[in-house]
Design a binder for this molecule. Sequence first.
Ligand SMILES: CC(C)(COP(=O)(O)OP(=O)(O)OC[C@H]1O[C@@H](n2cnc3c(N)ncnc32)[C@H](O)[C@@H]1OP(=O)(O)O)[C@@H](O)C(=O)NCCC(=O)NCCS
Length: 150
Amino acid sequence: MILCKMQPGHIEGVKKLLDACFGESAWSVESITSQLDKTDSYCAVAVDEEKVVGYIAFEAIVDEGSIVELAVDPEHRRQGVGRKLVELMLTSCSGVKTICLEVRASNHGAIALYQAFDFQPITIRKNYYDDPREDAVIMIKKVSNENTCH
Ligand SMILES: CC(C)(COP(=O)(O)OP(=O)(O)OC[C@H]1O[C@@H](n2cnc3c(N)ncnc32)[C@H](O)[C@@H]1OP(=O)(O)O)[C@@H](O)C(=O)NCCC(=O)NCCS
């Protein structure tokens, strides 16, 4: 398995991955493409035998970053792929003072993963998600490096 910065050739694989992870609420090809093209966005993938099995999308506005998507193929979970993607994002994208994210309150696995990287829950956004309706936990991590996103 390799982890690398996402390229346009990965878009189709990322779409299949997000469909497998999020079903009807998965991002469209247009959303995936637009995320890849955004200034100050960093997208990375994990690829196993030419299949995209992991995806992370990060973006920053000035010194505030956010993880906007993270997904690992169901058959590749609990093998450290999510952890490696977060590590790669943290080393590749800095220049930010804080990184925040939203996660479903019931998503204990993702919350545990983020807590392992010192993301702290700071507040709850009531009824933030639909299908099913659920609160979001807002998590934030303070970072100390001052490089720029590349
Ligand atoms: C959340 C997700 C990205 C985790 O990916 P992963 O590759 O399975 O995670 P890792 O194997 O790197 O796990 C790292 C650590 O996170 C925690 N963790 C991950 N999944 C967990 C789970 N289901 N239950 C409890 N802890 C979990 C554990 O501490 C784990 O370490 P360990 O395996 O040594 O115990 C994956 O489950 C996923 O894609 N879920 C669906 C999409 C999603 O929820 N995305 C996040 C949106 S905010």
